[in-house]
Design a protein around this ligand. Sequence first.
Ligand code: BGC
Length: 423
Amino acid sequence: MIKKFPSGFVWGVSTAAHQIEGGLMNDWTEWEQTHATTFATDAPSKFAKTSPVWEQIKPEATSPANYISGIADDSFHKYREDVGLMVELGVTASRFSIEWARIEPKEGEVDQTAIQHYKDVIAELRKHGIEPWVTTLHRTLPAWVAKQGGWANKKTVRDYGEYVTKLAEEFGSDVKFWMPLNEPVLNVGGGFVVGIIPPGKKNIFTALRAYGNMIAAHNHAYDILHKHIRDSQVGCAHAAVYAEGFQNKWYNNALVALLHYLANWKFLNGIKDHVDFIGIQYYTRGVLKLTTKNFLPSIQNVPMPGPRSDLVEEIYPVGLYNYARMIWQRYHKPIYVTENGIADRNDTYRAQYIKDHVAEIHRAIEDGIDMRGYFHWSLIDNFEWDTGFWPRFGLAAVDRQTLTRTLRPSAKVYSDIIKNNSV
Ligand code: BGC
């Protein structure tokens, strides 16, 4: 049966500066330099037994060069080509991020050429009738901000506010949709609890401080953007941390409730009065089981049967519906899926993945949940953080030698969904 979407439903693609632009200097580029060799050495233990494409990715995954973002996709120079791909797809919106380290490479020094660059990108999008959706910070910090302690330091909230004020002044008339921070919860969890991303700390007290500061930063940005841009729409770009309890046992469900509280509700409760919409970024689910390890309680994420992405993530579209429903019941705000996608270098699952997730959004709309848009992650293959370039998330493949972009067959499927406004 054909499922028609409401008119005005937003169809978009999502990208982030550090992952595509190239030529950056920030806390991540420093992290890459110090960790590339370890990432390459650790790749077999992480993926050799689990990734369905290990034999194909092995040469890349075990090479330190894979973990250096470097020129990335050179989208800084090739953005017109990227917009050309969006035009081919027929999207009505592009979510991208502005890089703070470009705008303010040194404290208090604004680089006008960087401002002009993003003005050019926005103009190019608008020329083709594509609405810009701006994330003001997608994971990375300028080196000088990282040096002062990053999100663990309250001063960063003030500095970030000044940066956002500058963006509002410069881009205010051209950008209506804003998302201050991408997935703060993952920044805090990865950077301050498990220590696998910058700044690589493992300290629960620092983590709580950073969490509080990121919530404060979001709320501060909301106030600034609304003060400067009268009809702006400011939302979040929240990682949909979604899990279910193994075999529906009460103790596993209790674990899930705790995880959902820490990773979702604690953050969203803190910003709920400072969002015009809630952006959710859904990829997969976890299935949690309480178990023991060395006689101590431990949590296991139980692998479920069924196909997996190249990054070994379960494909579970129903989770998107369930998650959106929880968000709607709690907050009653318009919801956009600001990211959803799959690492799938052979394009085996992507078309079906898109259709199934979009169908779940349709089901949610039919059930009265106010879902207004879908942004696919990602437009092009890109630099996937601590796994580097080998995971391929793009609707378009990028040749790593020539940086030539080529739309994959699944792009046609997404394009047809957009054209027909239905799945
Ligand atoms: C992040 C992206 C990332 C994607 C795929 C999201 O959590 O916002 O930067 O590339 O997931 O892993």
